[in-house]
Design a protein around this ligand. Structure first.
Ligand SMILES: [Zn+2]
Length: 293
């Protein structure tokens, strides 16, 4: 692995995106076998998305990018340039993680330095029924977990999304992404999405194009739509009062897929939007910052 070539740095700076787009993290560069890799992210922390630009010395039909023991979301930008979306799952520990690039016999490695992030923790005492679902729901919960695992394991093999992600509802998100809740002394699964406090009935737009793979009522997330954007990238929109699409539908970016509601295990109306990138749970606000309008 080599340091940054001045030519590469110049080329990247002239694009200027991390200055203009408000993405604060500095780019890191590495090169090997003539492959030059640049990285862009808000931060190198759990729950963040890292966009790698991979410049090749010549055309390759396939580029395989691996990170965190999985194939990353990778796609061709043009003849000699690929991009990869690497999600740092919110449970990833501080450390150095190799990202390997294999492009038709050429190899490169990029070391991702994950720095710590402290997610907020809240402790609440709530009705016990809210913490432990009734035994009568156990079968349903297990069935739905299996359904979702099947969805995550069978992404569309081609890219279905467009260049730009859009906000599913207007207004700012209260990103409680990654926050830990301890209810009655028991730790719950960390919050894997961003919450948008929109009033009930507000139209919910597809954050990007894709295929609807789930459009049904689930125990925890209520009326839920999962959009498969392809190549391992998924959006989940939850707790809706109504669903306006069906499983199997193709949707375009910004198409209305449902309405904000308070279905499932929630206390009030809001939209929960979650994003998975090759299995990693990442903050949708990181997706908007890096790939949004
Ligand atoms: Zn939520």
């Amino acid at each position: 692995m080599l340091g940054a070539g001045r030519g590469v740095l110049g080329a990247v700076l002239s694009a200027g995106c991390w200055v203009l787009c408000g993405v604060s993290s500095a780019a890191h560069l590495s090169a090997a076998d003539g492959i030059e890799i640049t990285a862009r992210s808000r931060a190198m922390q759990p729950g963040e998305l890292v966009v790698l630009t991979i410049a090749l010395p010549h055309h390759a039909d396939r580029v395989n990018v691996r990170a965190f023991g999985r194939d990353a979301v990778a796609f061709a930008d043009d003849d000699r340039q690929w991009r990869a979306l690497v999600g740092i799952d919110l449970a990833v520990k501080t450390g150095t993680y190799p990202v390997t690039v294999d492009a038709g016999g050429l190899h490169a490695r990029y070391d991702l330095l994950v720095t710590p992030h402290r997610f907020p923790t809240r402790r609440l005492t709530v009705d016990e029924a809210f913490v432990t679902p009734p035994p009568s729901e156990e079968d349903r919960i297990a069935r739905e977990a299996k359904l979702l695992a099947g969805v995550w394991n069978a992404p569309a093999p081609e890219r279905l999304w467009n260049d730009r992600f859009v906000r599913p509802v207007p207004g700012a998100a209260n990103s409680a992404f990654g926050s830990r809740s301890i209810f009655n002394g028991k730790a719950r699964t960390p919050h894997g999405g961003a919450d948008f406090m929109s009033p009930s009935g507000t139209p919910v737009h597809a954050p990007n194009a894709g295929r609807v793979v789930v459009a049904r009522t689930l125990y925890f997330s209520g009326n839920t739509v999962v959009i498969d954007h392809g190549l391992g990238l998924f959006s989940t929109l939850a707790h809706m009062s109504a669903i306006d699409v069906r499983e199997g539908d193709r949707v375009t970016a910004d198409q209305i897929v449902g309405r904000v509601g308070a279905t499932g295990r929630v206390t009030g109306a809001h939209l929960h939007w979650a994003v998975r990138a090759a299995g990693a749970r990442v903050d949708p606000l990181a997706v908007l910052a890096l790939l949004g309008n």
